[in-house]
Ligand binder design. Structure first.
Ligand code: NAP
Length: 313
């Protein structure tokens, strides 16, 4: 007979790994399923500055997540890499069907996170990986001494733009308004960075190039005026990074679980509307998406899963 875990955690970002750590530490048989690399959004975040206790100089998302992975393992959480294709979440045994295997559990903690929102300009798909990127940590070094543009005005756009200034000759933030959304402390550092400039009230309408990105059309949101930006002749290309927010990874659960704008609804104890199914982290409807809130969600979800299992017996 196939093993029925106490808890299956779907996703190994900060929420999932914390859930795995707490569930393992509670001596629940725990399986964490992740389709790719651990870390979710922080796997592609260069600097983590505001996770409590984080004072390690130069701590990056990947270095923090590596320690979280080790810690979850230490407390006995099993690991598998698989892509889950379908789920059956109702009833006393939950079933997750992956490419490699089928997994059963009494409870499931959904921690599938979120992914970057596309820039939304014409031809975008053609240039992803050919000039357009959503991960400065992964791709900054390709643009050593080139010009780079960053779309967005939130924490991610401004922090990642500052990181990109360590590589690129010049970095320009393109923001649709004339005021940043990013935290004031982040803004102060950005305005003081001599390699960073700003194109306010502007959106990217179209990108082009052959085969690499070398031109784009931007539009002023106040005047409607369009401008063509072309790569410096000697460079022949420029980089365009998108950091305009996140979209939840929840398609798999559509029609099964109550959602709000695509995010899974829970109560304050991470219970979804399905008994035995919990949600944690960025895929959950909530007001603040940070490593610390993801980790907190994961801890609460795991403890609630433990209570749920105790009530079954
Ligand atoms: P965000 O805070 O939602 O900001 C998105 C930015 O993109 C906003 O400035 C928004 O403009 C702009 N935008 C949205 N849709 C757009 C569109 N279609 N075209 C052009 N611009 C568009 O997203 P984020 O910066 O990716 O951050 C996501 C979450 O992670 C947030 O909760 C953030 O606080 C957190 N985060 C935190 C840190 C940190 O604390 N160090 C670092 C990174 C991320 P408007 O301002 O005009 O709406």
């Amino acid at each position: 007979m196939e093993k029925i875990y106490d808890v299956i955690v779907l996703g190994a970002g900060p929420a999932g790994l914390t859930a795995g750590l707490y569930a393992g530490r509670s001596r629940l048989s725990t399986l964490i399923i992740e389709k790719g690399k651990d870390g979710g959004q922080i796997a592609i975040t260069n600097e983590i500055e505001n996770y409590p206790g984080q004072q390690v100089e130069g701590e990056s998302g990947p270095s923090l997540i590596a320690r979280m992975t080790e810690q979850a393992k230490k407390f006995g959480a099993e690991r598998v890499t698989d892509v889950i294709k379908s789920v059956e979440l109702e009833g006393s045994v939950k079933k997750l069907v992956g490419n490699k295997d089928t997994y059963l559990a009494k409870t499931v903690i959904l921690a599938t996170g979120a992914f970057p929102r596309p820039i939304g300009c014409e031809n975008e798909g053609k240039f992803v990986g050919k000039g357009i990127s959503f991960c400065a940590t992964c791709d900054a070094s390709f643009f050593e001494d080139f010009e780079v543009y960053v779309v967005g005005g939130g924490d991610a756009a401004v922090e990642e733009a500052m990181y990109l200034t360590k590589f690129a000759r010049k970095v320009t933030i393109i923001h649709r308004r004339d005021e940043l959304r990013a935290a004031k402390s982040i803004q102060e550092k950005a305005f003081a960075n001599p390699k960073l400039s700003f194109m306010w009230d502007t959106v990217v309408e179209k990108v082009d190039g052959d085969p690499l990105l070398n031109s784009m059309v931007v539009r002023n949101t106040k005047t409607g005026e369009k401008t063509v930006i072309e790569a410096d002749e000697e460079d022949g290309l420029f980089g365009l990074f998108g950091f305009i927010g996140l979209l939840p990874n929840t398609k798999l659960f559509e029609g099964m679980i109550d959602m709000e704008n695509g995010y899974v609804k829970t109560d304050e104890n991470m219970h979804t509307n399905i008994p035995g199914v919990f949600a944690a982290g960025d895929m959950r409807a909530k007001s603040l998406r940070q490593v610390v809130t993801a980790a907190a969600d994961g801890a609460i979800a795991a403890m609630q899963a433990e209570h749920y299992i105790a009530d079954l017996t």
